[in-house]
Design a protein around this ligand. Structure first.
Ligand code: FES
Ligand code: FES
Length: 159
């Protein structure tokens, strides 16, 4: 066992981990941060996505021990206290919260995208969601929600 420090949603947590523990396991099972979901566990579905230093990353295929010193943000850290982030509001308003299991990962991918590209095209939004699998109704509302969020957040670039 190694004791590591992880910076998650602006707080520092200590965890005792084996070298092979994934970040998803540590978040959910050791730290009780359960927003990231385990879908496939093999890096294919995106339900476990978190931001690591601003990049949307699958936490099920990331070793916790490699995350020391990095800024980790889970879906729990996206809202500002009781106030939902605009991306979350747009997901609700546009009916993009579908099965619910995938939503945290979708919002994380959207946040990573909009932080880098404030006014993405539809194709860019679709590309950003490539690793977020939805097997229910599809991506139309999710793409609309991200477009809506970009607009309301006042994106200017990439016309
Ligand atoms: S649970 Fe991590 S990508 Fe599916
Ligand atoms: S949003 Fe989860 S399967 Fe479609």
């Amino acid at each position: 066992m190694n004791t590591i420090e992880l910076k998650i949603n602006g707080r520092t947590y200590e965890a005792k981990v084996e070298k092979n523990y994934t970040l998803l396991y540590v978040l959910r099972e050791l730290l009780d941060i359960t927003g990231p979901k385990e879908g496939c566990g093999t890096g294919d579905c995106g339900a476990c996505k978190v931001l690591i230093d601003g990049e949307a990353v699958n936490s099920c295929t990331t070793l916790a021990i490699k995350c020391e010193g990095k800024e980790i943000v889970t879906i729990e850290g996206i809202a500002d206290g009781p106030n939902l982030h605009q991306i979350q509001k747009s997901f609700v308003e546009k009916g993009a919260v579908q099965c619910g299991f995938c939503t945290p990962g979708m919002v994380i991918s959207a946040k990573a995208l909009l932080d880098k590209n404030a006014k993405p095209t539809r194709d860019e939004i679709r590309a950003a969601l490539q690793n977020n699998l939805c097997r229910c109704t599809g991506y139309v509302k999710i793409v609309e929600a991200i477009e809506d969020a970009a607009e309301k957040m006042g994106g200017e670039n990439n016309e």
